[in-house]
Design a protein around this ligand. Structure first.
Ligand code: ATP
Ligand code: PRP
Length: 213
């Protein structure tokens, strides 16, 4: 049996993935508080626990055979270097546009003209592509977190960020003005691993897939 390395996204996705892995008999067999690489309860599967944005890179380069990562991170990473065979339907949210409630940018009738609209986001590629497709030339301001602050302090006119309950937007006086796409976590697989470890990976994917049935 081939040894399989599974890359897990730290944070929210890890929390939602662990119950699935436990049900598959693939939960961590050690302490995951500090360790970055842990054996799983399945002797054929090792886990690496990394920043979500690094999962596509690890899998693309074959440092992990497969990974669990948000569709937002995958879209921002871009390219078709990975197989994406399963939607796990966990860590679900949406990628949305939001503006300060009552501001001209919250008007569903359209944005004021005159200058480029400034969009603050952690997702510059998705954002650029989305507005370009609509013929809108926007100025993108790349941030790494707390996007909701940007329009409150005049750094941006609107934001593109993840929304789930909408509580963070409401708490900051913002309103969702459009949805770019629905987000959930996906299983991604290295293309070479799929060939070299076909039997082991095929079996693993079937087991993961059966959980959702
Ligand atoms: P990093 O620490 O590397 O910046 P992060 O802060 O983005 O990572 P999390 O907040 O745990 O890490 O989110 C990781 C993923 O979880 C996102 O890429 C997205 O797919 C999903 N996610 C983010 N926010 C929500 C939310 N509010 N509700 C549901 N899923 C979410
Ligand atoms: C995410 C996202 C929003 C919030 C949305 O932030 O960036 O701020 O969740 O969720 P809600 O609609 O349920 O309020 P997170 O809590 O992950 O913080 P961070 O991205 O700034 O680390």
């Amino acid at each position: 049996m081939s040894l399989i390395t599974l890359a897990l996204s730290k944070g929210r996705i890890l929390e939602d993935s662990l119950p699935l892995l436990e049900r598959l008999g693939m939960g961590p067999a050690g302490d995951i508080d500090r360790l970055l690489r842990v054996p799983s309860q399945d002797p054929n599967v090792h886990l690496v626990i990394i920043r979500p944005a690094d999962v596509p890179t690890y899998v693309e380069h074959g440092a992990a055979d497969l990974g669990i990562v948000g569709k937002d991170v995958l879209m921002e990473h871009g390219g078709s270097a990975l197989y994406e065979p399963l939607d796990l339907d966990i860590a679900c949210c949406r990628l949305s546009i939001a503006a300060v409630k009552g501001s001209p940018y919250a008007d569903p009738g359209g944005w004021p003209g005159g200058r480029r609209v400034r969009v603050a986001t952690k997702y510059p590629e998705i954002t650029r592509h989305y507005f370009a497709q609509r013929g809108e030339q926007v100025e993108i301001i790349k941030l790494y977190g707390s996007m909701e602050l940007a329009p409150l302090v005049g750094l941006a006119d609107v934001i593109v960020d993840l929304v789930d309950t909408g509580n963070t937007l409401r708490a900051n006086g913002l309103i969702e003005t459009g949805i770019i796409t629905r987000i959930s976590s996906r299983v991604v697989v290295n293309k070479a691993s799929m060939k070299m470890k076909h039997a082991a990976l095929g079996d693993l994917l079937a087991r993961i897939g059966s959980l959702r049935a």
